[in-house]
Design a binder for this molecule. Sequence first.
Ligand SMILES: Nc1ncnc2c1ncn2[C@@H]1O[C@H](COP(=O)(O)OP(=O)(O)O)[C@@H](O)[C@H]1O
Ligand SMILES: O=C(O)[C@@H](O)C(=O)COP(=O)(O)O
Length: 429
Amino acid sequence: MSIKLGCIADDFTGATDLANNLVQAGLRVLQAIGVPSRPLSTDVDAVVIALKSRTTPSGEAIADSLAALQWLQAQGARQIYFKYCSTFDSTEEGNIGPVTEALMDALDTDFTIATPAFPDNKRTVFNGYLFVGDVLLHESGMQNHPLTPMTDPNLVRVMQSQCKRKVGLIDYSVVRQGAPAVQQHMNLLRSEGVNIAIVDALSNQDLINIGPALKHLPLLTAGSGVAIGLPQNFGIAPSSQASALPAPRGARAIVSGSCSIATNAQVAAFIKAGHAAFALDPEEVAAGSDVVGRILAQALPLLQNGPVLVYSTAASAAVKAVQARLGVAEAGAMTENAIASIARGLVEGGVGQLIVAGGETSGACVQALGISQLQIGSQIDPGVPWCHAHTTVHGNDSIHIALKSGNFGTEDFFEKAFDAARVQESSHA
Ligand SMILES: Nc1ncnc2c1ncn2[C@@H]1O[C@H](COP(=O)(O)OP(=O)(O)O)[C@@H](O)[C@H]1O
Ligand SMILES: O=C(O)[C@@H](O)C(=O)COP(=O)(O)O
């Protein structure tokens, strides 16, 4: 069994986002949580390995990514895709640059591209500047991200600050001419000693147009958008046929550790609609009180009445105050662990349809639930599909789970997601 595309994603929501785009583009995809311990036993076109390497020390991120690469190569992957965030989330150290360069070394390649463009979610790149909706990255709210504040929208500058190799640009005047011009420009950049090129893209059509120019690159680095231009290179025709998941069952819950503007609005809308909701205060967790036990004791009896939300989601001023008192990494890890324990407790208590909001938060929750693989189902909003997974939770060994990236989804995302699951439930009845 040999795969066409081997993908390494730096977080778990990002991995389902990429898997979703590949499925939409017609590929058969398996999503693994961490590097699988065994060779592949299903016939698929692509494997996406989800790592939790976006904010770890770069040495750790490199080691994890190289282990993923080795496994993907052993499964015959013809091309490697390093997936990072469409808002280019990185710490000062990286990890986008250091991981890209380690993969280039391991693959012995002197050229790759870098583009987070994801037009379906309004992430576009023009003259190397990243826009989120109508504004530049550093005005989009991402400047206040709890772990990866993004203060510079110029991707050539950001990537160069993380890389030893020379970073250049394939700008829109080239991209709009299509694959042959992109190919020619890559050769020009190569001859000028550039090894990594940021690529402009404003629309899905741009990404589809540049696809053929990427065919022979051993390594691609990108958000999930570039995926839509790749199936043609493997002789696969686009088909938006996601595989049918088993019928959803069990109670419904949401856990949210994302503090993005989008998630804040989604949490507020869900509470306003009158659903049960419990706020988790990181400072209470830090003070040693049994916040997890208390919230579970209050939330579990309410599940029979409808979906329940548990959230640490807060506005940026509140997050900064907590971080000032507890430390950035400590506040993050402590909150993630508490939410992950709550997710496990909810699933033990009968939740079979779980939404997790936040990338790092999803990593912690998926690990706490003992999930090792995800089957990708239909898309709820761009970048977020329902998935099905086996868990190690006693009494609830399989669940439906949606990993919502912080900035994705409309304001009514939570209700919309459960409505979509309800439609699936009735179509199985
Ligand atoms: N109230 C809070 N105060 C401080 N940190 C928080 C709070 N709520 C969540 N966090 C942390 O903020 C980070 C949010 O990151 P993540 O889950 O990746 O969300 P997003 O997808 O929006 O980036 C996590 O580490 C989470 O534990
Ligand atoms: O590319 C994206 O924007 C997402 O797939 C992603 O990686 C989001 O990360 P979080 O915002 O941390 O969930």
